[in-house]
Design a binder for this molecule. Structure first.
Ligand code: NAD
Ligand code: UFG
Length: 335
């Protein structure tokens, strides 16, 4: 029996693959490598010393998925595959609706056909829109401000309906907050194409001298230092949350949402200063105007995940900053 990881060559998928293999699970990865590369699959093998089947294939293709289910005995799926760039989704909404929805619909259809009814889905804190209060609990109202977020919310609703219609189905819908960091070995991590949109990859590229200066988007928010506050979570903690979710869906049916965050909010300047301190590198920055669509504060209440999944984040902000740079300095600067 194996666990199929869609998008397993990507940032979160590759770290989850390592944790699953370390927990002695059999895994299979499907990824079309549209936002990753084959080296990432090799790196999972390198870290774990374990080989596993990899299919370079598209989750939107029913025939490709059927072939994988025919060739393997798949018990559970963890569905990471999808596009994730908020800004691009506002420019190219069709690209996002097509890939994120079609891949999930095809996957669920093929799962049903092969009698596989256990799924862990990658959702996002973006489905909370602009929350009225923090910390955010799973039963807070949902809303979205961009097509990417809307795809996540639409998929959540589709999965809810599938669970209602089929009592065998069990879905853990994990709402990630802000994953950063990298594997301790520095062999896998986050390496976005082009100029990064997200804070930590931008900081590491400035640290490596690839970009000149970090723009801090606004210092007039109602936060402790005026800059935006987020719930940054180490990607390895996040990956371990998937192991806990796998245990949960084995013993439960139906649709359940879980926040995967630390429960602590840090500002842009907190991140910047901690990165500088633990890595002993100066990051030049300037304050610029707010980025459209950004909210002031977003952090999780992770109580439900602690109670039902028996999971909580353990790694510190120092670990996140240190591990992000340990990966990036090799990957970007070759140091
Ligand atoms: P990523 O882009 O690094 O990984 C996604 C992987 O999916 C890539 O390897 C890509 O090649 C693959 N992929 C995309 N479409 C595919 C398709 N149709 N068929 C096969 N493979 C396909 O992204 P990530 O940061 O690892 O995110 C994983 C999931 O978590 C995504 O669904 C994302 O929306 C969600 N998420 C990410 C964040 C974040 O900040 N990184 C936050 C919340 C939610
Ligand atoms: N920021 C800067 N400068 C930058 C990049 C970001 O100041 O160059 C600031 C932002 O204004 C924000 C904070 O850093 O205050 C974090 O921004 P990110 O872009 O890293 O992350 P977001 O919280 O905007 O969004 C991320 C993902 C979304 C996901 C969301 C919640 O990009 O897909 O977390 O999980 F939905």
């Amino acid at each position: 029996m194996a666990i199929l990881i869609t998008g397993g060559a990507g940032f979160i998928g590759s770290h989850t693959a390592v944790e699953l293999i370390s927990a002695k699970k059999n895994i299979i990865i499907i990824d079309n490598l549209c936002n990753s590369n084959i080296q990432s699959v090799e790196n999972i093998r390198k870290i774990t010393g374990v080989d596993f089947p990899f299919y370079k294939a598209d989750c939107c293709c029913d025939a490709d998925l059927e072939k994988i289910f025919e060739e393997n005995e798949i018990q559970t799926v963890i569905h990471f595959a999808g596009f994730k760039a908020v800004g691009e989704s506002t420019q190219k909404p069709l690209k996002y609706y097509k890939n994120n929805l079609k891949s999930t619909l095809s996957l669920c259809e093929v799962m049903k056909k092969f009698g596989c009814s256990h799924l862990v889905f990658s959702s996002s804190a973006t489905v909370y829109g602009a929350p009225k209060t923090v910390p955010i609990k799973e039963d807070f109202p949902t809303s979205t401000t961009n097509p990417y977020g809307t795809t996540k919310l639409m998929i959540e609703n589709i999965l809810k309906d599938i669970c209602k219609a089929d009592p065998k189905f069990s879905v853990a819908c994990l709402r990630y907050f802000n994953p950063i960091g990298a594997h301790k070995t520095g062999i896998i991590g986050e390496m976005p194409n082009g100029i990064p949109n997200n804070l930590m990859p931008y900081i590491t590229q400035v640290a490596a001298g690839k970009l000149k200066i970090l723009s801090v988007f606004g210092n007039d928010y109602e936060t402790h230092d005026g800059t935006g506050v987020r719930d940054y979570i180490h990607v390895v903690d996040l990956a371990k949350g998937h192991l806990s979710a796998l245990k949960y869906i084995k013993n439960h049916s139906g649709f359940e949402t879980f926040n995967l965050g630390t429960g602590t909010g840090y500002s842009v300047l907190d991140i910047l200063k901690t990165f500088e301190r633990v890595n002993n590198i100066k990051i030049p920055y300037k304050i610029t105007k707010r980025r459209p669509g950004d909210i002031a504060i977003c952090y999780a209440d992770p109580t439900k995940s602690k109670k039902l999944l028996n999971w909580k984040a353990l790694l510190s902000l120092e670990d996140m900053c240190c591990d992000s740079w340990n990966f990036a300095k090799k990957a970007i600067a070759g140091k």
